[in-house]
Design a protein around this ligand. Sequence first.
Ligand SMILES: *[C@@H]1O[C@H](CO)[C@@H](O)[C@H](O)[C@H]1NC(C)=O
Ligand SMILES: *[C@@H]1O[C@H](CO)[C@@H](O)[C@H](O)[C@H]1NC(C)=O
Ligand SMILES: *[C@@H]1O[C@H](CO)[C@@H](O)[C@H](O)[C@H]1NC(C)=O
Ligand SMILES: *[C@@H]1O[C@H](CO)[C@@H](O)[C@H](O)[C@H]1NC(C)=O
Ligand SMILES: *[C@@H]1O[C@H](CO)[C@@H](O)[C@H](O)[C@H]1NC(C)=O
Ligand SMILES: *[C@@H]1O[C@H](CO)[C@@H](O)[C@H](O)[C@H]1NC(C)=O
Length: 427
Amino acid sequence: MQKVVTGDKLKKTLLSQNYSSLSSFLSLAFILFVTVFYFTDLRYISYVQNIDHNTPTNHTIISLIPEKTRSEKLPFAIGEGNGGCDIFTGEWTRDYTRPIYEEWECPFLEPQLTCIEHGRPEKDYRYWRWQPRGCSLPRFNATLMLETLRGKKMLFVGDSLNRGQFTSLVCLLQGNIPEKDKSMEAVPSGVVFTAKDYNATIEFYWAPFLLESNADDPYKHRVTDRIVRNGSIDTHGENWRGADIIVFNSYIWWISGLRILRGSFEDEVKDLVEIPMEDSYRIAVGSLIKWINKNVDPQKTRVFFTSMSPTHQGSYKWGGASKGNCYNETSMIKGGEFFGAERSLMQVISEELMNTGKAEVPITFLNITQLSSARKDAHTSIYKKQWGPLTDKQLADPMSYADCIHWCLPGLQDIWNELFFSKLFYP
Ligand SMILES: *[C@@H]1O[C@H](CO)[C@@H](O)[C@H](O)[C@H]1NC(C)=O
Ligand SMILES: *[C@@H]1O[C@H](CO)[C@@H](O)[C@H](O)[C@H]1NC(C)=O
Ligand SMILES: *[C@@H]1O[C@H](CO)[C@@H](O)[C@H](O)[C@H]1NC(C)=O
Ligand SMILES: *[C@@H]1O[C@H](CO)[C@@H](O)[C@H](O)[C@H]1NC(C)=O
Ligand SMILES: *[C@@H]1O[C@H](CO)[C@@H](O)[C@H](O)[C@H]1NC(C)=O
Ligand SMILES: *[C@@H]1O[C@H](CO)[C@@H](O)[C@H](O)[C@H]1NC(C)=O
């Protein structure tokens, strides 16, 4: 699931081969050539290879490079993956040892996520684990994760769904940290969790489009006329540099009308265009990849991208009642076919992230869309604090007021973090 050709790794791989018989001039020339050209055109490598008459001319060397680098250790990896087993394909299995923590045990849960506290009558949705087909997930180990984060910074960048995953991770870890050594703080760009004894932070950075937009205030971003500025990845990107582990997401904000701004928000006459959702999403994913290529050191940093979080706003879509939504749903969607997100955007991700060779730094894809699509039972629905507590009138009208986008915690997003844990340590 990862793209693996990286500049430094490529260089290292090539240099580790036996060039002892080269003259020092030739090897210096070789290093310079490779250093200068590996980002621009891989063919130069074969060219340089060919002028080295001590090694046989063999054009297949190019296709061999990814094979070689693939076995190189990624930062934070402590073991091998399951021999190509796709951990995102599998099935939901009953597990009454869940949830891993209780609502009341995690002081950092926002009232937007605590469903039991807000009156959810049944708890079935909490007793599931994910069973990949053909392999098993490692058990989530908070000690290991915290030790790994010692002196480090983990950063979640994206929208409220990513904030949910961030919060879930904090809850999975915080039980291992004494009260006086942990804190959560709101900052202008989002929130920061600090584990003082570990000198570690886990941060959430609000950037729902990744690019600069008029919805960038983490606390007041409900704008109807959304505008996203083309070519602006550095606006937020500047603040992401230096993180050791970064988890990106971006999806839900792209699917309803928005316009792309060319130029700047300061321009008196704004040059705005409306383009298809797929095209605008491609701008964002493409810009992100360029930012990663330029700013991330693959020897030190791991990058993750979480796929679209599905929604359950119309039950007719999965063969339910004509006017229902996720409200009052207590079981999963059977069959595994329902896909609660825009397939065309998954296609964009596949093309940009996976197949094109654009990503020069490994980006680990957390493909949670399909497995979460079954979980119409796992949303916060009406059991949450919205912007204020729901009024009686709103509670009586779940068709309009149920939240079928976000997820109860503990719940589904803990599983996303188990998958994240698995990919971080056993890629
Ligand atoms: C090139 O390398 C590949 C892989 O090592 C090998 O199978 C092939 O025989 C080589 N071709 C030549 C012409 O040396
Ligand atoms: C969790 O990780 C720690 C640190 O690596 C290790 O000592 C411990 O044995 C692990 N626990 C389990 C249950 O695997
Ligand atoms: C804490 O971690 C930061 C990196 O996040 C590092 O620069 C700093 O030196 C560390 N401080 C101590 C006391 O270890
Ligand atoms: C966005 O910027 C890129 C790079 O400058 C450009 O190629 C593209 O045409 C722009 N897209 C729009 C919709 O303006
Ligand atoms: C909720 O679901 C139950 C069982 O599926 C059903 O009996 C009940 O009428 C539903 N309640 C509402 C308000 O739709
Ligand atoms: C993610 O998984 C879905 C189905 O589970 C699959 O159709 C899609 O191609 C996967 N996406 C990528 C980028 O691998």
